[in-house]
Design a protein around this ligand. Structure first.
Ligand SMILES: CC(=O)N[C@H]1[C@@H](OP(=O)(O)OP(=O)(O)OC[C@H]2O[C@@H](n3ccc(=O)[nH]c3=O)[C@H](O)[C@@H]2O)O[C@H](CO)[C@@H](O)[C@@H]1O
Ligand SMILES: C=C(OP(=O)(O)O)C(=O)O
Length: 427
């Protein structure tokens, strides 16, 4: 297992390229199960979660070809198994996204229950209720979801909670159902829209994606397509916050400024000067210390829960006191105790943390516990005085492509090393 060793205290400056979005790539790769022709996906990020998805598809007999320039081709005409085993699902909850397509196209699926994870219980009851309303017979036993159906039937499905992968699973299933499906209280995330656009390129009839009511007119069959995944707004936001927290100047290219408005608004409040172009966004702190911000996470277009931990780090070194409230997941503050070990002044009250900014943080050995918590610790390492070692970085590799190389491009002193190496200065 590797660790990241960071020598902090230097403003980040320069330009970096955003990768394709993890949370769009994973459902889009799963959509390959809806067809028996190749789905060619461009701008695929090189991430552990994408590797896991490719392994999951491959073990089902899908032929997956990884080409140059971030293009992946998946051809499910060779499918032999409809099982998503525990060994793969446990490493990536998004494996649940194969359930809807398998059921719609093949009439059966056996998917390990994803279970809870570090950030919360994360049930999949809404996915299962929606598929049941479309005519599936579902049982849950021995840790597996077993689902069967003839041709699914269109239904009106009102979801109790806004769920991103729930919306995506039901939307994919409905593309091949008989009749019309209406998803109410649907997730409005850009990644849901990206999936809908990809499905439409495959011949589906999905409308309303991006609003809270999505209508899907089922068709008999879909066909192969070539589709380019949208840029990763969370990766984009993470680099911008890294620039702001270190009092630097960072421009993210190959991205879409419209995707990160909730984030750039907060960075402006923190004192950053934001500039944008058609496919880039930049923050410039002009050497100033950031000001604390208050924020509350909520589904899109609200402030993304996947950026909450990074803003905890920003507030930890900002001027003033900022409060951060998490409303999407019940337990997404594991980074707090690690940040405290680096000198952050953070107090938790229920689902809110109150962060009193410090003039500086101090480097320390810290442990990553989930993907975005890991990112917040890397950012803390970049601003801290002295050396920080972030352990268990397999979490960060799930969702950030070559993070140390991209941060090094911005002038960070950061190295990936095998764990257990002695603590020493990064030159
Ligand atoms: C691969 C992917 O796209 N992951 C994203 C997706 O996760 P994911 O799709 O798993 O998250 P959801 O949107 O489903 O979760 C939102 C809330 O709904 C609850 N819930 C969800 C489904 C369900 O059947 N029952 C239920 O109660 C969850 O426990 C959570 O409290 O959206 C999250 C919220 O923006 C992001 O943090 C994740 O990065
Ligand atoms: C929570 C996340 O991912 P996942 O839903 O795959 O766990 C994330 O991307 O921050």
């Amino acid at each position: 297992m590797d660790l990241l060793r960071i020598a902090g205290g230097r403003p980040l400056e320069g330009e970096v390229r955003a990768s394709g979005a993890k949370n769009a790539t994973l459902p889009i790769m799963s959509a390959a199960l809806l067809i028996d022709e190749p789905l060619i996906v461009e701008n695929v990020p090189h991430l552990e979660d994408v590797t896991t998805t490719n392994m999951l598809l491959a073990q089902m007999g899908v032929s997956v070809t990884i080409g140059d320039h971030m293009v992946v081709e998946a051809d499910a005409s060779t499918i032999t198994s409809k099982v998503a085993p525990y060994e793969l699902v446990k490493t990536m909850r998004a494996s649940i996204l194969v359930l809807g397509p398998l059921l719609a196209r093949h009439g059966e699926a056996e998917v390990s229950l994803p279970g809870g994870c570090a950030i919360g219980a994360r049930p999949v009851d809404i996915h299962l209720r929606g598929l049941t309303a479309m005519g599936a017979e579902i049982t849950v036993e021995a840790g597996y979801i077993r689902a069967r159906a003839g041709r699914l039937k269109g239904a009106r499905i009102a979801m109790d909670t806004v769920t991103v992968t729930g919306t995506e699973n039901l939307m994919m299933a409905a593309t091949l159902a008989e009749g019309t499906t209406v998803l109410e209280n649907a997730a409005r995330e850009p990644e849901v829209v990206d999936l809908a656009d990809c499905l439409n390129a495959m011949g589906a009839r999905v409308s309303g994606a991006g609003s809270s009511v999505i209508t899907i007119e089922g068709v008999r069959a879909l066909h192969g397509a070539r589709y380019r995944v949208l840029p990763d707004r969370i990766e984009t936001g993470t680099f911008l916050v890294a620039g702001a927290a270190t009092r630097g100047r960072v421009r993210v290219n190959n991205t879409d400024p419209a995707l990160v408005e909730a984030i750039t608004l907060k960075l402006e409040e923190a004192g950053g000067r934001i500039t944008t172009g058609p496919d880039w966004v930049a923050v410039d702190m002009e050497g100033r210390r950031p000001r604390s911000v208050n924020l509350r996470t909520s589904p899109y277009p609200g402030f993304p829960t996947d950026m909450q931990a990074q803003f905890c780090t920003l507030n930890a070194v900002a001027e003033g006191v900022g409060t951060i409230t998490e409303t999407v997941f019940e337990n997404r503050f594991m980074h707090v105790s690690e940040l405290q070990r680096m000198g952050a002044d953070i107090r938790q009250e229920g689902n809110t943390v109150i962060v009193r900014g410090q003039a500086e943080l101090t480097g320390a050995p810290v442990m990553a516990t989930d993907l975005r918590a890991s990112a917040s610790l890397v950012l803390a390492g970049l601003v801290a005085d002295g050396a920080t070692e972030v352990r268990r970085i397999y979490h960060i590799d799930r969702g950030y492509e070559c993070i140390e190389e991209k941060l090094a491009q911005l002038g960070a002193r950061i190295q990936r090393l095998p764990d257990r190496a002695p603590m020493e200065a990064v030159s």
